[in-house]
Design a protein around this ligand. Sequence first.
Ligand SMILES: Cc1cc2nc3c(=O)[nH]c(=O)nc-3n(C[C@H](O)[C@H](O)[C@H](O)COP(=O)(O)OP(=O)(O)OC[C@H]3O[C@@H](n4cnc5c(N)ncnc54)[C@H](O)[C@@H]3O)c2cc1C
Length: 401
Amino acid sequence: MKEYDIIIIGGGIIGCAIAKSIISKTKKKVVVLEKENHVGEHASSRNSGVIHSGFYYKPNSLKARFCVEGNKKLLEYCLLNNVPYKKTGTLVVAKNEHDSETLYKLLDRGKINNVPGIKIVNNDELRKIEPYVKGKKGLYSPTGSIVNSKILVKTMAAETKNNGVNFLLGEKVLKITQKNGQILVNTKNYEIKSKYLINCAGIYADRIANLTGLKLNYRIIPFRGKYYQLIKEKSFLIKSMVYPIPDPNLPFLGIHITRTIDNNIIVGPNAVLAFGREAYSNKQFSISDIKDIISYDGFWKMMLLNSVKMKNEFIQSFSKGKFVEQAQNLIPNLKSADFQEGYSGIRAQLVDRNGELVDDLIIKNQNNITHILNAVSPGMTCSLPFADYVVNNYVKNSISN
Ligand SMILES: Cc1cc2nc3c(=O)[nH]c(=O)nc-3n(C[C@H](O)[C@H](O)[C@H](O)COP(=O)(O)OP(=O)(O)OC[C@H]3O[C@@H](n4cnc5c(N)ncnc54)[C@H](O)[C@@H]3O)c2cc1C
């Protein structure tokens, strides 16, 4: 039997950032258990790679609190550790007067959240920033940046490993038992004892919570986000990243166009119910995940609350034309032939029993276990200060003796 002070389940950006934070504060023995053979195989490297600036999020939410600080810290981290990144600025585009109202609301949020340098730009200024984007006005946020998210998570894991954290890869957590203040975790090859457990299992975080006996009033419903990639000949159409006006009732930002750190142009993600927690394409499904979704009353309430939007997004997921139309709203010069298949990511979206999509990051504490739930966007941007917050407020006191 192996013995550690702290077990972290999940080697995504959140698990790695929490491991990094712990090892910078204590000499405790820490292990990260990851079911895949490499770290960051799921949401942490299947995202837009955007280091958000922080104007989208409700003031006083954890997202708002950690996004602005996370942007600054992540940029410093990338610079220091040779992780490829670029400060490009973010542009949100209003097409008409109605959109402009939302733009000013976002500006207000940005100011309350202390987003540096955020401003409204008129049509002429907008065209200077992005000559091929069509809009009446824009919201420009200069600290929006892009990063190679795959290299980011691998770098953080490697640094943490060098500082003494052990990583056991290819080790899926199958069973968790609690006895006399100790926690026993079983994977295929190991039985591991520890004093503290941190659940950073992303899309499976609610199932890990169930394994520990925690009764949650939520369930994770997987929402796939698909991306297309523009052909190289059309990459001149975008210099930075351009977003539409978001739907205020949904926690998704809408299909946006982003120049990645490798100079590819990605378009997406949409937000479609996935028929499995790892169903990265329309053709993939998991019977047990589908049973899990349809047996949840919160799912049906969510469908009732959002039926039109969900139906439209679902239809759109099969239709390249609908996807292209949304991108053309931002850049009219785009044609269907400019789009080629890209990758997909799956959001670990929490839905409560009333069918509401939970907006903020959620932390649940249970004796000597901390669960991180709903680590949806901008979870990567928030990761460094969020990890410090979790360790300082939930973990540190319990492991000090
Ligand atoms: C489409 C999409 C776009 C996004 N865009 C952005 C963006 O531009 N900017 C931004 O800041 N954020 C973005 N996000 C959000 C960001 O990617 C997530 O917040 C972040 O990656 C969450 O990290 P995580 O470590 O919680 O999850 P993950 O990266 O999914 O890590 C969880 C890990 O737990 C492991 N695991 C699960 N179950 C077990 C088990 N039983 N035993 C062992 N290991 C297990 C998994 O294999 C996985 O590696 C986006 C997300 C998606 C899906």
